[in-house]
Ligand binder design. Structure first.
Ligand code: SAM
Ligand code: SF4
Length: 470
């Protein structure tokens, strides 16, 4: 859960669309007209959702709202949702239950994101106190929708996914003062049989390269030194301008922007991962030495059932490409256990893949059947208990790999972008270019946002410990 806090005062009148005729037939939603100008935005889910929330917040701030820390202080409560796994979607309805009484206090309640797209108007039936349901492909129309609420509409929806527009805003409210996220491709054209994203985020749309580079230059001028390019399949980027910049060329062009010191990108799809990306990393040290390359399963039969478009062997060829680079590149992944029909032997193939690849870190999930997806018609016969067992075995195996890998880093020096300060004296934290978290000691005073050299003195499976060296 994440609450954002920066007040910004502008008149509510600015929210109204110039060409909109006021409606007299329905009483207006009280909160947005009786001087209410404050929004509370809560975000669940992935980095894309976090960044969408930053853009939604920027849009609202530029149009006259102030952002507040509690739903109580807000006239507009927005909930940016995730539906990637069942538990995430369930959380939305229980949270909406908590908001029920708030609407009776005259507040306007909106559901954004993947659950909004997936459940659509069903949300109004299950939670009639909700006023706005808007999927991510319709965020560009948010100001218009807010205008409709002001004009008296009690129920407003934005559920189109049939769009070639990307969600760009003039103002983005960014939560991290050093690392800026930038969506370069929205939606997804892959069709993994377990995944809701193609349904909730719509088809793939790439943002124009000149617009991306313009924003990166602005970010650098504002003092951001690290940018992370985002997309569900970020490396499927297809520049819609006549320039037709390849993804690897875009990485190099972003790194060339004066003031930018680190360029990250996530998530890469193995099928679109080609040698030119590794060549770009080799050529330009500002492109971080980290690739997140979700495998999902180590079994070719399961990968086929998942419609992942590559075999175990083809995936391992991509890994070999990365491992052959002239500087070490960290590799992380996502794995799903308990996909319908996954046998014990197939699960063991995933374990052997972990041994073979030696990932630096992984995210692991129990398979969760999702609405509209092809795998919903497959028999989800593996019990919850067995899925949990496989998850625990997998995580245990990976913990061992990470402990051994991290232990070999003791004595090494890394550059760390300092992003955290502990309450304990002289203790700081930050990330290496390979996205390893480092906690370290330093007598330095103003380290936040700076790049420092740290020598590693100790490790855990998930982080490194060290001391500042000059
Ligand atoms: N686009 C990315 C890719 O292709 O790998 C990942 C998108 S998804 C937001 C993040 C991860 O959630 C996936 O890599 C997958 O491991 C997991 N995931 C997606 N759908 C799932 C499901 N139905 N059950 C369990 N895990 C799921
Ligand atoms: Fe979902 Fe597959 Fe697209 Fe990733 S590539 S978002 S897992 S459909």
């Amino acid at each position: 859960m994440q609450a954002m806090t920066r007040p910004f005062h502008v008149r509510i009148e600015d929210l109204k669309l110039r060409d909109r005729e006021p409606r007299n037939d329905v009483p207006p939603v009280a909160a947005l007209t009786d001087g209410g100008k404050a929004f509370f935005l809560e975000t669940f889910g992935c980095q894309m959702n976090d960044h969408d929330s930053e853009k939604v917040a920027g849009l609202l701030l530029s149009r006259g709202y102030q952002q507040v820390e509690t739903p109580e202080a807000a006239s507009l409560i927005l909930y940016n949702t995730c539906s990637i796994r069942e538990k995430a979607a369930q959380k939305v309805f229980s949270r909406l239950g908590e908001y029920r009484e708030k609407q009776s206090a005259g507040k306007v309640i909106g559901v954004l994101g993947c659950v909004a797209q997936q459940e659509g108007e069903e949300i109004f039936r299950r939670a009639p106190w909700v006023n706005l349901v808007c999927g991510s492909a319709s965020y560009r129309k948010l100001p218009e929708m807010l205008g409709q609420l002001e004009a008296g509409n009690q129920r407003v929806t934005g559920l189109d996914t049939d769009t070639d527009e990307t969600f760009e805003t003039e103002v983005t409210r960014r939560d991290n003062p050093w690392r800026a996220y930038l969506t370069i491709i929205e939606g997804c054209d892959k069709a993994c049989s377990y995944c809701v994203v193609p349904f909730t985020r719509g088809p793939e749309r790439s943002r124009a390269s000149d617009s991306i580079l313009r924003e990166v230059r602005q970010l650098a001028e504002l003092g951001y030194s690290e940018v992370q390019l985002l997309g569900q399949t970020v490396n499927s980027y297809a520049d819609p301008t006549p320039r037709r910049m390849r993804f690897s060329e875009l990485l190099l062009a972003v790194a060339d922007v004066q003031g930018i010191r680190r360029v990250r990108f996530t998530t890469s799809h193995p099928s679109d991962f080609r040698p030119d990306i590794v060549e770009a990393i080799e050529r330009q040290p500002k492109i971080c030495d980290h690739v997140h390359l979700p495998v999902q399963s180590g079994s070719t039969r399961v990968l086929r059932a998942m419609q992942r478009t590559y075999s175990r062997e083809e995936y391992l060829e991509k890994i070999a490409l990365i491992r052959a680079a002239n500087r070490p590149i960290a590799i992380t992944t996502d794995v799903i256990v308990g996909f319908p029909g996954e046998t014990e032997a197939e699960f063991e193939e995933t374990l052997s893949l972990l041994d073979e690849v030696q990932y630096d870190s992984l995210f692991s999930f129990k398979y969760s059947p999702r609405p509209n997806t092809p795998s919903l018609s497959m028999n989800d016969s593996i019990s919850e208990e067995e899925k949990s067992r496989r998850l625990a075995v997998l995580q245990d195996r990976q913990r061992g790999i990470q402990s051994a890998k991290n232990a070999r880093l003791v004595g090494n020096r890394f550059e760390v972008l300092v992003s955290g300060k502990s309450r304990r004296d002289c203790q700081w934290s930050g990330y290496t270019t390979s996205h390893r978290m480092v906690n370290f000691a330093s007598q330095g005073r103003e380290l936040l946002g700076t790049y420092v050299q740290v020598r590693i003195t100790g490790v855990t499976p998930n982080s490194l410990a060290g001391e500042h060296v000059t």
